[in-house]
Design a protein around this ligand. Structure first.
Ligand code: FAD
Length: 181
């Protein structure tokens, strides 16, 4: 029997190893930390969400990133010290910008498929983890952000994901603890 080595025990490695094992392969998962999921997969937002599939390779991300560099509470900070790895990463980021739409559609398709696998594996293995399927409410605080989201929703729809705009009344019905207008 073929044995496959999977390197890295985050969500990607663990699920890949699991899928291969289910197909009958002998799999060895190598993880450099003491336990699985101790790096990026550690204590993330816990959203099994396909609706964040919009890729970041867009000029607006660069503008946002530059503005964040001046904010102490930015959600993402970039160390401006140059390195070869950073320069080549940025070159790849810029080269992917023309493929923003196609990549967003494909990422949505992949995310929908991945979510279905996770749901069905959890059911088959009897893993109970407080799964909620009400959907996710995305809040935009200005018109430009809201209108951009509308265009993204059209791309997500091409990838098989439904995301729709709701009125303030619907928002309150979905999440009664929300206040304000
Ligand atoms: C704050 C935050 C919140 C997030 N929230 C969400 C969310 O709600 N929903 C969502 O879907 N995504 C979320 N994400 C994104 C998601 O967490 C990552 O995309 C995902 O965890 C990446 O998983 P990974 O397996 O690719 O990488 P990692 O989890 O980083 O796994 C890579 C593993 O490889 C190991 N490794 C590296 N080199 C070697 C080596 N040479 N030998 C052996 N092992 C090695 C590392 O130790 C690590 O365990 C969030 C991310 C962050 C940072």
């Amino acid at each position: 029997m073929k044995t496959i080595a999977v390197i890295g025990g985050g969500i990607t490695g663990v699920t890949t190893a699991y899928a291969l094992a289910r197909r009958g392969f002998s799999v060895t998962l190598f993880e450099k930390q003491r336990y699985a999921a101790m790096e990026t997969s550690f204590a993330n937002g816990g959203q099994l969400s396909a609706s964040n599939a919009e890729v970041w390779t867009h000029w607006s991300t660069i503008v946002k990133g530059l503005k964040w560099m001046l904010k102490s509470d930015a959600p993402l900070l970039l160390n401006p010290k140059p390195s070869w790895h950073k320069v080549s990463w940025f070159a790849q980021f810029l080269a992917a910008i023309p493929h923003y739409e196609k990549n967003t559609v494909e990422t949505a398709r992949l995310a929908v498929a991945a979510r279905e696998h996770l749901f069905s594996w959890a059911e088959q293995e009897g893993i109970d983890f407080d799964l909620k399927k009400q959907g996710i409410l995305h809040i935009y605080r200005d018109r430009a952000g809201f209108e951009h989201a509308g265009r993204v929703s059209q791309l997500l729809a091409q990838g098989g994901l439904e995301r729709r705009a709701v009125t303030p009344e619907e928002m309150h019905a979905i999440e009664p603890t929300l206040s304000g207008n």
